[in-house]
Design a protein around this ligand. Structure first.
Ligand SMILES: Cc1cc2nc3c(=O)[nH]c(=O)nc-3n(C[C@H](O)[C@H](O)[C@H](O)COP(=O)(O)O)c2cc1C
Length: 212
């Protein structure tokens, strides 16, 4: 028997229970650490599971920011400096990455408290995560207030992309599995990815063609 839950039933649920459930129903999510620095130079790092591709030409990425009803250091720093980094979480650092979600005081660097090394690129003020395989430096582009729940979509332009030597294939492909990157379920579970197949561009009337 299926378990059918309507909107009223969902809204009757205890808040944490509903958050656990709803955060998992869209499946595996991207696992990233966003690195920033305040105007006065304080480093900050936090885990985000809502990074999305906005477009490739030119390259834009977005993420969802929770309501600013409490201090949001990542957001405040982006507002102050206009720059931030997005760093893919690898299996090796997923525990430290999760710890960055704790409510540290503004003066405390999550890099230091969670045991993650910052990495700087000359001329770019936001800190990258040294142990992340895919490091992306962005400049803030625009934000959109989402009226129905007071969250924000923050959009940035990719101005630095740092990848391990030899990671990019001849056609721009990245093998995420060999880069050890992980996915997040909800707000508390980390998964390793297993490739099922890579396929050629699909066209009506043509057979499915597996590339690797
Ligand atoms: C797995 C996971 C994913 C998260 N994803 C988001 C997210 O996409 N957006 C968000 O605003 N907060 C997200 N959070 C919460 C932030 O990590 C948390 O509020 C953190 O303290 C923010 O730090 P800051 O105030 O230094 O920016 C997530 C937390 C966890 C554990």
């Amino acid at each position: 028997m299926e378990n059918c839950l309507d909107f009223e039933k969902l809204m009757e649920m205890e808040g944490r229970y509903r958050a656990n459930l709803i955060n998992k129903i869209t499946g595996y999510k991207t696992a990233n650490l966003i690195g920033t620095r305040s105007g006065s130079g304080l480093e900050n790092l936090a885990v985000f599971n809502s990074v999305v591709h906005i477009g490739a030409n030119p390259p834009y990425l977005g993420f969802i920011l929770r309501p600013t009803s409490v201090e949001r250091h990542t957001y405040e720093n982006i507002q102050e400096t206009g720059y931030y980094t997005i760093n893919q979480i690898t299996a090796r650092i997923h525990g430290q990455a999760h710890m960055t979600s704790a409510k540290f005081q503004r003066e405390i660097s999550e890099f230091e408290s969670c045991g993650l090394k910052p990495y700087y690129v000359k001329g770019f003020e936001a800190p990258f995560v040294a142990d992340s395989a895919i490091k992306i430096g962005l400049s803030f582009e625009e934000e959109h207030r989402i009226k129905c729940n007071d969250t924000r979509l923050i959009i940035g332009k990719v101005i630095h992309l740092i990848l391990p030597e030899g990671a990019v294939g001849a056609d721009g492909d990245l093998d995420l599995e060999s880069l050890d990157t992980v996915a997040i379920g909800g707000l508390d579970t980390y998964y390793k990815g297993t490739k099922l197949g890579r396929y050629a561009f699909a066209r009506p009337g043509e057979d499915l063609r597996k590339l690797s």
